[in-house]
Design a protein around this ligand. Structure first.
Ligand code: SF4
Length: 347
């Protein structure tokens, strides 16, 4: 199988019909329930949706980090891994990460080495017991054949690269001694230390002020240009998506409801949920007194509506939408997919 899709993209990761469910005493939560997308090499995929729509569980499934009572019950996460041959040529191998044991040596080498993740709250993700430097050096030594001295030098370079001033001194600081913005930079340095092929950023700027957020977004773009890293950027903020992503996945109640190039999503959104999300963004030229509010509430995850899970809130619903039938997933234009009965006959 080629790692080029129909539009000639160069895929790094391909997620096919991913289903991740949680088996709780109260019932089954279908946190991710049949999601399809791909992440191109050196590009950014934005993932948006309300809290509880399955964005973070999708990210953790890609990292093969789902633990009981959660389980990946179906689907594939195909990593198109590039390897250098002895003669200098590059070959691509395909690995379905969900077939690997989560704690196997191969999966641990991919997670933390080739795939990294940064989280919403860096202080909670960095160890309070170890200095920033020790944490970066440990990651480097685990994935590279280098000694303490070289690891420390590389860790300082990483901190400089993410614009932490006086990196030679701050390398010996603990997370509680740094500001929120500095902590997030340190987390990015830690995540990028081994120059991963994929960086998953799960709401990395939500707890920061807008100035620091803009700096972090700039930094991620610069690092992507330098290292050609692919980024999966998870957020509920459509304005951030417009800044950073080339393609966007919109999720609702564990489903991929729309996947599109960023311009198509903003200028020609097709799914009623995406349209409602975009209507709820404040605009500087907006003369309305009140922002549009999406009607209804997110459904109970233990009792999802039959048919399209968005139908109780949808202003465009058809009679078929509440019927227990599969909602069609349609390519309405090249690379623009929508899961909705409105497009059953095509774009
Ligand atoms: Fe609305 Fe029906 Fe489309 Fe769901 S399938 S988004 S209810 S029109």
């Amino acid at each position: 199988m080629s790692n080029e899709n129909t539009n000639g993209h160069n895929m790094l990761v391909q997620v096919k019909n991913l289903k991740t469910h949680f088996f709780l005493t109260e019932g089954i939560v279908r946190a991710v329930d049949g999601v399809n997308f791909y992440i191109d090499r050196g590009r950014t995929l934005g993932v948006v949706g309300e809290s509880g729509c399955g964005k973070s569980v999708t990210a953790r499934s890609i990292m093969n980090m789902i633990r009981p009572p959660g389980r990946n019950v179906a689907g594939q996460v195909i990593y198109h891994r590039q390897k250098k041959e002895a003669q200098g040529s590059t070959v691509t191998e395909e690995i379905d990460l969900l077939t690997l044991e989560p704690m196997s040596a191969e999966m641990r080498s991919i997670r933390g080495g080739e795939f990294s993740m940064i989280f919403q709250e860096p202080r909670a993700s960095l160890s309070p017991l170890h200095t920033i430097g020790t944490q970066i050096m440990e990651g480097l030594k685990l994935h590279m054949d280098i000694d303490d001295e070289e690891a420390r030098q590389r860790a300082i370079e990483q901190l400089q690269r993410v614009n932490i001033p006086k990196a030679e001194e701050r390398i010996d600081a603990y997370a509680h001694q740094l500001s929120g913005g500095m902590c997030q930079r340190a987390m990015i340095a830690l995540a990028l230390a081994c120059q991963p092929a994929l960086l998953i950023a799960d709401e990395p700027t939500t707890s920061l002020d807008v100035t620091t957020e803009a700096q972090i977004l700039n930094l991620m773009r610069e690092l992507q240009d330098t290292f050609h890293t692919s980024i999966m950027y998870i957020t509920h903020n459509m304005a951030v998506i417009a800044e950073i992503a080339q393609r966007v996945l919109v999720m609702y109640m564990g489903k991929d409801v729309e996947l599109a190039p960023v311009d198509a999503l903003f200028y020609d959104p097709r799914h009623p949920y995406t349209r409602a999300l975009l209507r709820s963004i404040p605009r500087i030229d907006d003369e309305r007194e009140m922002l549009a509010v999406m009607r209804g509430n997110v459904p109970d995850p233990y009792a999802l509506p039959t048919g399209c899970p968005f139908h109780p809130r949808c202003e465009s619903r058809l009679r078929v939408c509440s019927q227990p039938v599969e909602v069609p997933y349609v390519e309405v234009s090249p690379g623009h997919f929508v899961r909705c009965h409105l497009y059953a006959g095509g774009g």
